[in-house]
Design a protein around this ligand. Structure first.
Ligand SMILES: [Zn+2]
Length: 74
């Protein structure tokens, strides 16, 4: 048996963040892309290259994703 917490599920993590799917998710869902090729919705990298959860860098990414950037930069 596997623990639900043993290996974080990317989909569950995204759902917890407010469910903004990767632009590649449709391709993944239709079988055109392997999960490892789906760009992360936060960092835009495939595979995900996000900073560790809970770091200021991580929250900067989530803030940007949710349109809470201050200053309007890239
Ligand atoms: Zn990522």
């Amino acid at each position: 048996m596997t623990s639900p917490a043993a290996a974080p599920d990317p989909a569950a993590l995204l759902a917890a963040l407010g469910a903004v799917w990767s632009p590649d998710f449709d391709a993944y869902a239709s079988g055109q892309l392997d999960a490892s090729q789906v760009r992360c919705v936060l960092c835009g990298h495939a595979p995900c290259d996000c900073p560790p959860f809970g770091t200021s860098e991580y929250f900067a990414l989530t803030d940007r994703l949710h349109g809470r950037t201050r200053g309007g930069g890239a």
